[in-house]
Design a binder for this molecule. Sequence first.
Ligand SMILES: Nc1ncnc2c1ncn2[C@@H]1O[C@H](COP(=O)(O)OP(=O)(O)O)[C@@H](O)[C@H]1O
Ligand SMILES: [Mg+2]
Length: 196
Amino acid sequence: MPKIILVTHQKGGVGKSTLTFNLAQNISSNAKIAVLDFDLQGSLSQLKDLVTDFDIISFKGEIKSISNLEYDFIFIDTPPYLSNHLPKLVELADLIIVPTKAGILDLLAIKSTLQLIEQENKTAETLIVFNMIKANTTLTLDILIGLEEYNVKIANTHISDLVAFTRSVLVKGVTKDRNAQKQIDNLTKEIITKLI
Ligand SMILES: Nc1ncnc2c1ncn2[C@@H]1O[C@H](COP(=O)(O)OP(=O)(O)O)[C@@H](O)[C@H]1O
Ligand SMILES: [Mg+2]
């Protein structure tokens, strides 16, 4: 059975597709990976022909059948709105990743996604990943206000705002930027540790 990692947030532009791509690319050297693209606007699906190290699938089938796909890890990228599929995808997931920027308004925007997750899945772990963190930002606890009522963890790894991430989907990831690659390696480790 594949381990299913859902990357979701009802807000656009938080880095769902970028993180999904980079995590999939990174793990693909050691495992068989698929990315299921549930965003009808395309995005990752449009890169299908450029990507050789893992499969990108515009999934149209029965959600439950995802568990029967023969991969080690399946990443699911989701659209920036509440889609009909989301409750079922949440139910299916072994791990749910919610990327967010670190502003107060960004964190307030996360709550509806967290509420939905808590309704649909009581067992999967939810990991908030801070993304697009600017240089010299210290993430102090005051920006976490209001999240303690949810059953979520915050990833120890923070992903910086780096040009390497913008380009990554065209050049097989961030291997050319040591700092970016280190961050993706660390995040990969955190994720794998939770799944095995
Ligand atoms: N860590 C990062 N550093 C710099 N740019 C980033 C980073 N993560 C995402 N981006 C850029 O931000 C934009 C939105 O990212 P995207 O992955 O498409 O978000 P989403 O899928 O949540 O809508 C894209 O232009 C992407 O290249
Ligand atoms: Mg996207």
